[in-house]
Design a protein around this ligand. Structure first.
Ligand SMILES: N=c1c2ncn([C@@H]3O[C@H](COP(=O)(O)OP(=O)(O)OP(=O)(O)O)[C@@H](O)[C@H]3O)c2ncn1[C@@H]1O[C@H](COP(=O)(O)O)[C@@H](O)[C@H]1O
Length: 100
């Protein structure tokens, strides 16, 4: 993985946090944040679409579906007061077990 490519995720996380605070009209993110069941269903749909691309799609289609999946995961995490930082910490702790 090229270094520095994940910095934008922090920026996107801040935008999602701002949408959660302000819930602006006309924002798709705010629509998901107002309806946790919709957000969870969309997460599942995007996971299924990514699976289809992983099985038989092009690299480009897989990357596009992975982007949809990651965005929806970030919204669902925010609904539970969590973020990709918490996910990174969980992964880091697992790496610790393996090293130890
Ligand atoms: N990164 C994203 C992003 N990725 C995917 N999507 C939306 O996720 C949806 C994916 O759903 P589908 O693939 O099912 O496509 P669809 O048929 O259009 O969706 P539905 O009408 O079925 O819900 C689309 O509406 C996309 O626009 C996103 N919507 C917003 N963002 C970012 O979120 C931030 C806040 O944007 P607002 O949501 O406009 O406030 C901005 O930085 C945006 O770039």
């Amino acid at each position: 993985m090229s270094s520095g490519c994940l910095g934008f995720l922090e920026e996107l996380d801040r935008v999602i946090e701002q949408r959660a605070r302000e819930l602006p009209e006309g924002s798709y993110t705010a629509k998901l944040l107002r309806d946790p069941a919709l957000a969870a269903r969309k997460l599942g749909e995007e996971a299924a679409e990514a699976m289809v691309e992983a099985l038989a799609g092009t690299r480009e289609r897989l990357v596009e579906e992975a982007a949809d999946l990651l965005y929806h995961l970030m919204v669902v995490l925010r609904l539970r007061g969590a973020s990709l930082c918490d996910v990174a910490r969980a992964l880091e702790a697992r790496a610790g077990w393996r090293r130890g």
